[in-house]
Design a protein around this ligand. Structure first.
Ligand code: KG4
Ligand code: ZN
Length: 389
């Protein structure tokens, strides 16, 4: 089955085409083409993502990202595709509020032959509502234009399933023999949660952040240190440099909620501690702060997660979301699992698939299609607060 997937939940416009085969016991995914167009530069001056701006950027980018993804996949065949007037009217209505997207969309689809795609998967939540809607409406328009069934995908399920996939090569991913239950630590700009997958695609919440998400704390601390947005990779770079130079410091930041009996997290206290530290001692070396901040995050995340592994009896640990790109976090978990729980299978996505992308949406969409969860064009809706559990 060939899956075309669309992701616009935040500040990346992403489209991918995958060939997927197999069932839940063993699945192979061939990435035919995957394009991620980032809006970092647009949002950088504001130090964060503006929903209305994100929406406009997605609307401007979607057709060219689609074109590129189809080209990469060898599916962009020039030709003509004549749509009956009623379809044109339906597509125009669907894209009515998407800032000129209807015109560019219609002119694009009329000049390519219908590609052999069997399924369209689109992120329907969670995320920024205006940004989600552009992607959802774009997916609906494609579904109408090419008569292709549609599934709505939960972005966090995308991160989770993508983490389970083992990379065979740059273009091949495989998910097979995943020992259940799976405990997933999902860490991104908007989420920090521990989720248990007891049965395939069935989830329960183990714990979540009570305030900031880890990625958000990274971004906010980076801003305090005058580092550019998005701050996660910047802090990581500074901290890694400090580690390589063998820096040790007297600095000690709090480890919020590390010993609580529950599995919830809190990161706003850690962020505030950095703020006060800088107020009292503005000359403190940035690399020293970044280093200690990462140590605190790594300790809290790993301690809670290991305890949750013991308590839930999970046999696989999957770590997904943008923050799973972090070198320190990957290292801490790899080491602790080897030492303390070598029986648990650790799955972390290849760094190229940690940030928002459409490959992960195609993977989740494929499994949802195997369960025949197709959605009629009229009833698919974005949901900014869509939850996995
Ligand atoms: O999953 P993602 O791309 O978008 C959301 O769904 O939120 O996650 C983005 C978050 C941002 O907060 C970004 O700073 C963080 O992931 N991030 C990192 C790293 N790369 C991205 N945080 C720490 N270290 C990194 N290397
Ligand atoms: Zn994400």
């Amino acid at each position: 089955m060939k899956v075309l997937a669309i992701e616009t939940s935040c500040d990346e416009t992403a489209i991918a085409v995958l060939r997927a085969s197999g069932d839940t016991s063993a699945t192979t995914f061939h990435i035919l083409g995957s394009i991620v167009s980032s809006q970092f530069e647009t949002h950088r001056p504001y130090g964060g993502v503006f929903p209305a701006l994100a929406k406009r950027e997605h609307a401007h980018n979607l057709v060219s990202v689609l074109k590129e993804a189809l080209e990469k996949s060898g599916m962009q065949t020039p030709g003509t595709h004549t749509l009956p007037q009623e379809k044109i009217d339906a597509i125009t209505a669907v894209l009515e509020r998407e800032e000129g997207l209807a015109e560019s969309f219609l002119s694009f689809v009329s000049t390519v032959t219908r590609p052999e795609i069997d399924l369209i998967a689109v992120t329907r939540g969670p995320g920024l509502v205006p940004a989600l809607w552009v992607g959802v409406n774009f997916a609906k328009a494609l579904s109408l234009a090419w008569d292709i069934p549609l599934v709505g995908v939960n972005h966090m399920e995308g991160h989770l399933l993508c983490a389970l996939a083992e990379r065979q090569s740059e273009t091949e991913l495989r998910i097979d023999s995943v020992p259940l239950p799976v405990l997933a630590l999902l860490i991104s700009g908007g989420h920090t949660e521990l989720v248990l997958m007891n049965k395939w695609l069935s989830y329960s919440l183990v714990g979540r952040t009570k305030d900031d998400a880890v990625g958000e704390a990274y971004d906010k601390v980076a801003r305090m240190l005058d580092l550019p947005y998005p701050g996660g990779p910047e802090i990581s770079k500074l901290a890694e440099d400090a580690r390589q130079q063998g820096l040790t410091s007297e600095l000690s930041l709090p480890r919020p909620m590390i010993d609580g009996a529950h599995f919830d997290f809190s990161f706003s206290g850690l962020k505030t501690a950095v703020l006060y530290l800088l107020k009292g001692a503005p000359e403190t070396d940035k690399a020293t702060i970044a280093h200690e901040f990462e140590n605190a995050v790594g300790e809290v995340l790993s301690k809670k997660t290991l305890r949750a592994l013991n308590e839930t009896g999970a046999r696989t640990l999957a770590i997904g979301g943008g923050v799973s790109a972090n070198t320190h976090i990957r290292r801490v978990f790899t080491k602790r699992l080897q030492e303390e729980r070598p029986d648990v299978s650790l799955r972390i996505p290849h760094v190229s698939l940690t940030g928002d992308n459409a490959v992960m949406i195609a993977i989740a969409g494929y499994y949802r299609a195997l369960q025949r969860e197709f959605v009629p064009v009229d009833s698919l809706a974005a949901d900014g607060n869509l939850s996995l559990t």
